[in-house]
Design a protein around this ligand. Structure first.
Ligand SMILES: NC(=O)C1=CN([C@@H]2O[C@H](COP(=O)(O)OP(=O)(O)OC[C@H]3O[C@@H](n4cnc5c(N)ncnc54)[C@H](OP(=O)(O)O)[C@@H]3O)[C@@H](O)[C@H]2O)C=CC1
Ligand SMILES: CC(C)CCC[C@@H](C)[C@H]1CC[C@H]2[C@@H]3C(=O)C=C4C[C@@H](O)CC[C@]4(C)[C@H]3CC[C@]12C
Length: 288
């Protein structure tokens, strides 16, 4: 729960501050949208926010699951909890979710973009339409929500959290369509971050680079090719929220498993490519 971070004192000495999101009530009463919150990391983020006393608005396609998550959020202490269900293939839904936040709360402090469409882990099958659809769900809807939410975030000095992946920074085999959508997020949001800084707009953008996380979907999709189990989704969810509250540029979780390959990337790309291939049980990927 605790996280040290460093600041400079007036005399230039380093000071290490231990921050505790719960104790410091950093998110109490804050108004937060979490997408893809019916399962996995998104669901866990909703629970952490609820425990911190935030207002949450969650979204995904499956109404029954969202209803359960909302009920649990209220039990855990959320200031309020609501959901909207629908598919993010539809940009109108992306806009409606933001409009709902405006109606409910009159403003917004944090936008957590986390949902993804169905992803297979296999050789690229040549399906161009699948890539178009995945770009809509994983990328364009993130942009649409950001455009709609920016006026409210400017007013509150809020934050945008974009959940990405090692596969959005490094070429990983068997996830070509998914990887394309995550690289697109880096391009768009890193560029937008620069513009916000140039214009002195106090909206932070945090790109979260995640390695393998043990969610139900990930276990079903890749447990046969991974040599180690995934990192816990509960801890991951808390790290994402913390990194946004601290207005960090990027988060790497689990830290070494993500950070080391990224440091190798630009210095020895062929070496990293072979490390990546060797870290997967490629023989278990069957051509379909
Ligand atoms: N798990 C992992 O190993 C890793 C995950 N990540 C990233 O973390 C994030 C969360 O992943 P994870 O928790 O594993 O994902 P899950 O599969 O557990 O959850 C995905 C969420 O998105 C929703 N969703 C699916 N399709 C749509 C759609 N068409 N429109 C709107 N919502 C949709 C799902 O609900 P419903 O089906 O009801 O719509 C669900 O709530 C993603 O951005 C992913 O890229 C990054 C690196 C590794
Ligand atoms: C430098 C290398 C050693 C690192 C290799 C790490 C690889 C294997 C890790 C890092 C990111 C991971 C994927 C991911 O981001 C999200 C999803 C979506 C989910 O629905 C199904 C699983 C999937 C495809 C993960 C599969 C495993 C990936 C490629």
């Amino acid at each position: 729960k605790q996280m040290p971070f460093k600041t400079m004192t007036a005399k230039g000495h380093m000071r290490v501050i231990i921050m505790d999101l719960h104790r410091d009530n950093m998110l109490k009463g804050k108004r937060v949208i979490v997408t893809g919150a019916s399962t996995g990391i998104g669901e866990q983020m909703a629970y952490h926010l609820a425990r911190m006393g935030a207002h949450v608005l969650i979204t995904a396609r499956t109404e029954a699951k969202l209803q359960k998550v909302v009920t649990r959020c209220l039990e855990l202490g959320a200031a309020s909890a609501h959901f909207i269900n629908g598919s993010m293939e539809d940009m109108a839904l992306a806009e409606d979710v933001v409009k709902e936040a405006k109606q409910l709360w009159g403003g917004l402090d944090m936008l957590i973009l986390n949902h993804i469409g169905y992803t297979y882990f296999n050789y690229f099958d040549g399906d161009v339409e699948h890539i178009r659809k995945l770009l809509e769900i994983n990328f364009l809807s993130y942009v649409a929500m950001t455009v709609s939410a920016l006026p409210m975030l400017k007013e509150s000095g809020g934050s945008i959290l974009v959940v990405s992946s090692t596969a959005g920074k490094i070429g990983i085999p068997f996830v070509a369509p998914y990887s394309a959508t995550k690289f697109a997020l880096d391009g768009f949001f890193s560029s937008l971050r620069q513009e916000l800084i140039i214009e002195n707009i106090s909206v932070s953008i945090t790109l979260c680079i995640l390695g393998h996380i043990a969610t139900e979907t990930a276990e079903k999709t890749v447990s046969h090719v991974m040599q180690k189990p995934g990192a816990p989704k509960e801890v991951c969810a808390l790290e994402i929220i913390k990194s946004g509250a601290l207005r960090k540029r990027e988060l790497y979780y689990p830290y070494t498993a993500v950070r080391i390959p990224l440091l190798i990337r630009d210095w020895a790309p062929e070496f990293l490519d072979s490390l990546t291939r060797n870290s997967l049980n490629v023989e278990n990927v069957k051509r379909s």
